[in-house]
Design a protein around this ligand. Structure first.
Ligand code: ZN
Length: 452
């Protein structure tokens, strides 16, 4: 049951019967523009209206009120009654011809009439209400152009957004009354959405706080937007000031990866790669974004296939407690997964920057296995075996030859380093000499395991 919060409105605003008739009007518009059933019988129309009135808590005598609304629409000439010949002598009802032509001839103006009715009688109407009336397609981009959020607009509370523009007040991915989807970032949480440095594209983690994410609800909406290239509003939450409508975006890639839910457990999660665009108008989208869209073709990159769930759990728990033979077997297995992932990564061109951003989890796991918890710099003078307070080795896995310079995201090009050696490799004055040492060290260790 969904309440449209009419209590306030009823005191001074529209009467209940105006609201009921408006539902009837909007419903017949939805029938008209989607051409679902051009001429429903009066009984069908009455049943439908009763269901809608009941579902959205708009009436406590929905059957009676639906019939009264139909009478009123017929009397006012908004609807007409006809003999429905093909289905026998049944009275059928539909939008009167002059209204019907109006929707055919000038959909933009017609949409502003619908918009006015929605604003007046159903302020803050939810996306489910719009969907139920079959108006989602018709109203997208046409409704509330003066009211809808402008870039830079912000709300101190999450619920403020839904009160103003509709949609759910809790979820990260919602659809507003104008039909566009909004992705609201959770920057204040530890699992925040990240921006890719070279492109400014956003890696947005999908709906669902813990447990495996599935292609339902918000993630389903995002998939629709990806497939049909419908732009998405991106909101950033900064935890203090609130939520800001930062930019229009378009989805250039859908991925699934291993992540950590709010319950601290490993889970599969969707990541949507959002490319900022100046406006929802495709004419304004930059060439690199269009290239990425052409390259993407709504494909789906599932990194979780690279590592199965059991592997992840196993590695998380006893990464370093397997015997040498087991270690070699795992290294060979993980290396083959990483090499395959790298091959797929290299196969695309326009989306390469995305592929470089999402590193192979198998490659990293393989290198951690190979290191046996020790810094792999043969000249390490730091603390090669140092452990963190939780007992984990304090190692950072790095690429010997940077990805930006064409290095591959595979174990032979990667090395586990203690914080000291990592700093020397990144910022040390002898970093070029060290790099040569590390190239050989990684290759030797890799070869000895692969050929062993
Ligand atoms: Zn070291």
């Amino acid at each position: 049951m969904e309440t449209l919060n009419l209590a306030k409105e009823r005191k001074s605003g529209p009467s209940e019967k105006d609201i009921h008739s408006s539902v009837g009007f909007l419903w017949s518009v939805g029938q008209k523009v989607t051409q679902k059933k051009v001429v429903p019988s009066r009984t069908e129309a009455s049943d439908e209206l009763s269901l809608i009135l009941a579902k959205f808590n708009l009436s406590s005598h929905e059957k009676r009120d639906a019939d009264r609304a139909i009478d009123r629409l017929l009397e006012a000439g908004v609807w007409e009654a006809i003999e429905n010949i093909p289905e026998g002598p049944v009275e059928a009802v539909r939008l009167a011809p002059n209204y019907s032509e109006f929707f055919d001839n000038d959909p933009q103006w017609a949409a502003s009439v619908v918009s006015a009715v929605l604003t007046r009688f159903f302020p803050g109407a939810s996306e489910r209400f719009i969907d139920r009336l079959d108006l989602e397609e018709f109203t997208r981009g046409r409704l509330y152009s003066a009211l809808l959020p402008q870039i830079g607009e912000w709300f101190s509370k999450r619920l403020g957004i839904s009160a103003a523009y509709g949609g759910d007040g809790v979820r990260g991915i919602v659809r507003f009354v104008d039909g566009y989807v909004s992705a609201i970032s959770k920057t204040s949480s530890p699992y925040s959405d990240k921006v890719m440095q070279d492109t400014g594209w956003i890696a947005y983690v999908g709906d669902g706080l813990y447990g495996d994410q599935n292609l339902i609800s918000g993630n389903r909406k995002m998939a629709e937007c990806q497939e049909r290239r419908i732009p998405v509003r991106f909101w950033r939450g900064d935890g203090r000031r609130g939520y800001r409508f930062e930019t229009w975006t378009v989805i250039v890639q859908r991925r699934r990866q291993w992540g950590i839910g709010t319950d601290g457990k490993e889970r599969k999660e969707y990541v949507w790669v959002l490319a900022p665009v100046p406006s929802p108008d495709v004419e304004s989208w930059p060439r690199p974004v269009l290239n990425a869209l052409d390259d993407d073709m709504a494909k789906f990159y599932d990194e979780t296939l690279e590592l199965e769930s059991e592997d992840v759990e196993c590695f998380a728990q006893n990464e370093l407690e397997v015997g040498f033979k087991g270690m070699v077997e795992r290294y060979v297995f993980l290396n083959s997964r990483a090499v395959e992932a790298e091959r797929v990564r290299r196969a695309s061109s326009a989306t390469r920057s995305i592929q470089e951003y999402f590193r192979s989890p198998a490659a990293r796991k393989a290198v951690m296995q190979r290191s046996e918890g020790r810094c792999e710099n043969p000249e390490c003078l730091g603390h090669p075996d140092e452990r963190a307070v939780n007992g984990d080795p304090m190692l950072e896995v790095d690429h010997v030859r940077d990805l930006a310079q064409g290095g591959k995201d595979v174990p032979v090009n990667m090395i586990a380093l203690c914080p000291n050696c990592h700093a020397l490799k990144t910022r040390g004055e002898n970093r070029n000499d060290l790099r040569k040492v590390l190239v050989l060290a990684a290759r030797d260790k890799h070869q000895s395991l692969i050929s062993g």
